[in-house]
Design a protein around this ligand. Structure first.
Ligand code: ZN
Length: 103
């Protein structure tokens, strides 16, 4: 185990500087953590879908009428349930800005 920071040789040929390298390592770690989180989220959602389907607890989206487990639904202030895709589409289009309703 190192007891002090390693001294890196000076770089003068345009290659990565030590500070750039540290930033690059941090960015790669952050990217890998996001990939792992995305993978875990997808696995959790697949399991939730499988369990809800087996139990007969799928919920119909109020917009696209597809069925999803509760974990994939969002609720508007009127109590209606919508899937994540419909919510994202609604937000990207700016739907509901004037009426206060999501759809
Ligand atoms: Zn939907």
């Amino acid at each position: 185990m190192l007891t002090s920071a390693r001294q890196l040789p000076a770089v003068s040929n345009g290659r990565t500087q030590p500070s750039d390298f540290k930033e690059e390592v941090a960015a790669v770690r952050q990217y890998r953590n996001k990939l792992e989180a995305d993978k875990n989220y997808q696995a959790a959602m697949a399991l939730a879908m499988e369990q809800a389907r087996a139990a007969g607890h799928l919920i119909e989206c109020g917009c696209c009428f597809d069925e999803f487990p509760f974990e994939r639904m969002v609720q508007c202030d009127q109590g209606d349930l919508f899937c994540e895709s419909c919510l994202k589409r609604c937000v990207s289009r700016g739907d509901g800005k004037r009426s206060g309703q999501p759809f």
